[in-house]
Design a protein around this ligand. Structure first.
Ligand code: CAA
Length: 257
């Protein structure tokens, strides 16, 4: 059974979680397929940016699969947790920008998956939350680590310990969402953002992502060292000559064929 759909147009790959009857909740099979799809999409030469969204108009992803977890023992939960974490790390460390187009509930593992994406465009009916404590669990796919970095420690602790669900406006206020738009504009806005990014140098973009991700894990001196190394490394590539020359010649740069 296939749980994911993929569309590719104009260097934008769209990955759609297609399990609407369970509000796109991710059981172990969905995660296994997702890992394979993301790996393939990232290495595809026809992909410059990636958009992840959910099928239907109700949910992005309603989380890890509660029915599957009810049957798991601790060892199985360890594997399930590790698989979900592997997926979020793969998305986060993609050299090609990943946009979450959040079209409804992004709860538990759904919120965690959205946070692993580099940016989040959300529809007016989107909602976010880490309701795991209500189930006697904690966020197991990176939520305790990424949420404080995105929204600050106080907001993260409040969200995780209350398990409360916040609407699109609140998610924007605390910096979880980059932009809110109407449901019918969600894919248009996400593709517009992807197209804007695609006009820029692909190596410069992937180096920037690498520096930002690395910097979040280390002190500023080490982060700055990585930044200056990546900066100088870009001078080895034709891409920067095109960018600098285009500016001087007063024309648009042409970074891709
Ligand atoms: N797992 C499995 N099935 C789920 C699901 C989930 N996370 N969320 C929804 N579904 C299923 C429901 O069981 C239901 O299926 P049935 O018709 O077979 O009963 C179907 O999707 C539709 O859901 P509802 O009838 O509940 O829809 P609703 O509109 O009344 O409510 C909702 C929507 C508020 C999102 C509610 O479904 C809900 O609270 N879902 C659970 C959200 C949640 O707690 N997520 C966190 C999971 S734990 C986790 O993610 C751990 C981790 O960090 C790794």
């Amino acid at each position: 059974m296939s749980y994911l759909k993929i569309n590719n147009n104009n260097l934008i790959s769209e990955v759609i979680i297609d399990r609407p009857q369970a509000l796109n909740a991710m059981n172990p099979d969905v995660i296994a397929e997702f890992l394979e799809v993301i790996e393939n999409v990232i290495s595809d030469a026809n992909t410059g940016t990636i958009i992840i969204t959910g099928s239907g108009d109700k949910a992005f992803i309603a989380g890890a699969d509660i029915k599957a977890m009810q049957k798991m023992n601790s060892d199985e939960a360890l594997n399930y947790g590790r698989a979900g974490q592997r997926l979020t790390v793969m998305i986060e460390s993609s050299p090609k920008p990943v946009i979450a187009a959040v079209n409804g509930f992004a709860l538990g593992g759904g919120c965690e998956l959205a946070m692993a994406c580099h940016m989040r465009i959300v529809s007016e009916n989107a909602s976010f939350g880490q309701p795991e404590v209500k189930l006697g669990l904690l966020p197991g796919w990176g939520g305790t680590q990424r949420l404080p970095k995105i929204v600050g420690v106080g907001n993260a602790i409040e969200l995780i310990t209350t398990g409360k669900i916040i609407n699109a406006e609140e998610s924007y206020r605390i910096g979880l969402a980059n932009k809110i738009c109407s449901s019918d504009q969600l894919m248009f806005e996400s593709r517009k953002l992807a197209s804007t990014i695609l006009k820029n140098g692909p190596k410069a973009i992937s180096s920037s992502l690498r520096c930002i991700n690395a910097g979040l894990m280390m002190d500023i001196e080490k982060g700055m060292e990585i930044e200056v190394e990546e900066f100088s490394e870009l001078f080895r590539h034709e891409e920067r000559m095109e960018g600098l020359t285009a500016f001087i010649e007063k024309r648009d740069p042409k970074f891709r064929q």
